[in-house]
Design a protein around this ligand. Structure first.
Ligand code: NAP
Length: 248
């Protein structure tokens, strides 16, 4: 076994592709999800049919108690986590900031930022040599939005991803001598359901022409770089924010 991985939001999109690839590379995987049990179970089924090991676990990453329950369950089912992919995220419905629903703003910050903090905290307490752990790796899903700002679409989402970049850099430095590497992957446009959920179902097709590479990424094209950052080949890579955006 390569290690034990938790993928938050592993039921769909980038998280599901990451969970499937990780299992093929020998990880035992916890497929976390928030509400879509069917999608999570289908990822687990695919992994099991390919001879891998995985289980699905519902937990809202925005709620600290649920994150603690998630990590405790993984301790019991698979052993202590060695790789964490902080992938769960949402944008909220698109609009200008002055027209946005305050509850949407609160929710996006709680999931995209607090959720990553809760998960990193629980992971560090298991991975860091300072806590008797054997080391590990964390990859956070940021976004090209962090540097582009997402004007007229979801500036609050972009702001949470900017915060994820800062967290990645700071935590990487905090843990650099404790056996834990922390990196981020920053996708541009990826063909997942996140766009329909934000009220922009045609975004991928409509905006393809503004992307230097001429098309959106597949979820699998993001999963590959995530797995590389967690691999031994990236042993000297920490605090990196790897833009995987087709040139955007
Ligand atoms: P997606 O297809 O909408 O899937 C979102 C996943 O996150 C689902 O598995 C969902 O679970 C889970 N989730 C949402 N809120 C959660 C919560 N509170 N607790 C636990 N799980 C939760 O999204 P995606 O496009 O794959 O995006 C994945 C990550 O990449 C996000 O952080 C996103 O910001 C980032 N990203 C995406 C793009 C893009 O173009 N797609 C670009 C840049 C960055 P359920 O299935 O249970 O709902």
């Amino acid at each position: 076994m390569t290690g034990v991985m938790i993928v938050t939001g592993g039921s769909r999109g980038i998280g599901a592709a990451t969970a499937r690839l990780a299992a093929r590379r020998g990880y035992a995987v916890c497929v976390n999800y928030q509400g879509n049990a069917e999608a999570a179970e289908s990822v687990v089924r695919d992994i099991a049919e390919a001879g891998g090991r995985a289980f699905a676990l519902q937990a809202d990453v925005a709620v600290e108690a649920e994150v603690l329950r998630l990590f405790d369950s993984v301790d019991r089912e698979l052993g202590p986590v060695t790789a964490l992919v902080n992938n769960a995220g949402l944008t909220g419905h698109f609009s200008r900031l002055d027209e946005a629903d305050p509850e949407v703003l609160r929710r996006v910050v709680e999931v995209n930022l607090l959720g990553v903090l809760w998960c990193c905290r629980a992971a560090v307490r298991r991975m860091s040599t300072r806590h008797g752990g054997k080391g590990g790796g964390i990859v956070n899903l940021s976004s090209a939005a962090a540097s582009l700002g997402s004007a007229n679409t979801y500036v609050w989402y972009a702001a949470t991803k900017g915060a994820v970049d800062s967290l990645t850099l700071g935590l990487a430095r905090e843990l650099a001598r404790e056996g834990v590497r922390v990196n981020a992957v920053s996708p541009g446009y990826v063909d997942t359901e996140i766009h329909a959920a934000s009220g922009l179902p045609d975004r991928i097709e409509k905006d393809a022409h503004i992307l230097p590479i001429g098309r959106a990424a597949t979820a699998e094209e993001i999963a590959g770089p995530i797995l590389w950052l967690l691999s031994e080949e990236a042993a000297y890579t920490t605090g990196a924010i790897l833009r995987v955006s087709g040139g955007r």
